[in-house]
Design a protein around this ligand. Structure first.
Ligand code: NDP
Ligand code: MG
Length: 389
């Protein structure tokens, strides 16, 4: 049976992995909408290849290029934030949410509000709007399928078990490309060095997040909202081989782990086929060739981001949204050569200290207002030479 699918963030890394799976199962899917921010030519080519009904660019300035590229194809073109949200609100069997950053939140919310089934890769949406988003999921009867590899692993380990029986959830972390660097050397890390991930091929922002360990911090907050076991039952372990994608320990001390190749097509396939399974083009896991799986505790002296995320989650209210917004500003500045690697976490911490925590956000609008004001604060700090130097 053919199912309809909308892919938010079609031109990115998760977008490419999703479309690779769809390409191999063309008869299984009818594409409703594909979206990008401004990669108009690439988006148009994908819309034509996959015979999408609609293609949308989030940046309206890129709409003329999209329109030109789609002229005569019969595929509708649209642009701007409202068009992105309208695309996400269209009824489909499956939405893959793969926009990067808090920019993906409003489209995710639109898909949630129509009670859709959403494969959620866009972790920043859940970090910024945790309570608001999960309340909307419950209110509208939406289904969130965790696509982030760790959360997908936990989701699989929990199947058939009761959340009340969970003693501990352990998120594994590769430690990123700079895992073994000294504090002094980290100070000089360049964008190229931070992006060169040993196990995963991903977009630039999440690659930097992996290098700072903020990715694991964001995932810790993500796990807190997806799996209601409480803060004291969430932990992180470094596992450089990225073979075990996460683990759940139950109260009888039985631990279930999910293993697989470090390729996002595995968790994406698990969401696309859920509750069934589908083929992927990946080879079997060869444990004898891998040889060794190792584990050690995170070092929060060199990589303070997980501590910041934990503290933001414990502080509650606006803190996680502020953490996320400041991190987005800091990572963009680092990638642009305006901020040192070690100052990413410093900028996040300083923004959190200077931002009023206020009341917990109660709506999408509240979250977006907190996001905007935290971005302004982080931007002001960027201009402070004492921090940026
Ligand atoms: P990419 O940077 O590769 O792709 C991002 C996508 O979002 C592109 O299609 C981009 O369009 C679009 N986009 C960017 N900014 C905006 C905006 N302001 N409004 C609307 N669309 C926008 O990111 P990834 O695919 O790596 O990551 C996507 C999400 O999935 C992130 O939240 C990430 O944390 C998460 N994730 C990714 C993993 C990975 O392996 N890559 C693993 C686990 C989670 P354009 O091309 O026009 O810029
Ligand atoms: Mg992950």
């Amino acid at each position: 049976m053919t199912r309809t699918l909308t892919l938010l963030g079609a031109t990115g890394s998760i977008g490419a992995s999703t479309l690779d799976l769809v390409r191999r199962n063309r008869a299984a899917w009818q594409i409703e909408a594909l979206t990008a921010q401004c990669s108009a030519a690439q988006l148009a080519a994908l819309a034509i290849e996959f015979d999408a009904r609609l293609a949308v660019v989030g940046d309206e300035a890129c709409l003329p290029e999209l329109r030109d590229a789609l002229a005569g194809t019969g595929i509708a073109a649209a642009g701007g934030r409202a068009a992105l949200i309208e695309a996400a609100a269209r009824p489909v069997d499956m939405t893959v949410a793969a926009i990067v950053g808090c920019a993906g939140l409003a489209p995710v919310m639109a898909a949630v509000e129509r009670g859709g089934t959403i494969a959620l890769a866009n972790k920043e949406a859940l970090v910024s709007a945790g309570e608001v988003l999960m309340a909307a999921v419950a209110r509208h009867g939406a289904t969130l399928l965790p696509t982030d590899s760790e959360h997908n692993a936990i989701f699989q380990c929990l199947a058939g078990n009761r959340i009340a029986d969970v003693a501990r959830i352990t998120l594994t972390a590769s430690g990123g490309p700079l895992r073994t660097w000294s504090a002094e050397r980290l100070h000089t890390a360049t964008p190229a060095e931070a992006i060169a991930h040993p196990n995963w091929s991903m977009g630039a922002k999440i690659s930097v997040d992996s290098a700072t360990m903020m990715n694991k911090g964001l995932e810790y907050i993500e796990a807190y909202h997806l799996f209601p076991v409480g803060l004291d039952k969430l932990s992180i372990v470094i596992h450089p081989q990225s073979v075990i994608h996460s683990m759940v320990e139950f109260r009888d001390r039985s631990t279930l782990a999910q293993l697989g190749p470090s390729d996002m097509r595995v968790p994406i396939a698990s969401c696309l086929a859920w509750p069934e399974r589908m083929e992927t083009p990946l080879g079997p896991l060869d444990l004898a060739a891998i040889g060794e799986l190792t584990f050690h505790a995170p070092d929060e002296e060199r990589f303070p981001a997980t501590r910041l995320a934990r503290e933001a989650l414990a502080a509650g209210g606006a803190a996680p949204a502020i953490l996320n917004a400041a991190n987005e500003v800091a990572v963009a500045a680092f990638l642009a050569g305006q901020l040192r690697f070690t100052h990413i976490a410093a900028l996040v911490e300083e923004t959190l200290e200077r931002s009023p925590l206020g009341a917990a956000p109660a709506s999408l609008e509240d979250v977006l207002a907190i996001d905007q004001s935290a971005r302004r604060e982080a931007q002001r700090l960027l201009e402070n030479p004492a921090l940026v130097g």
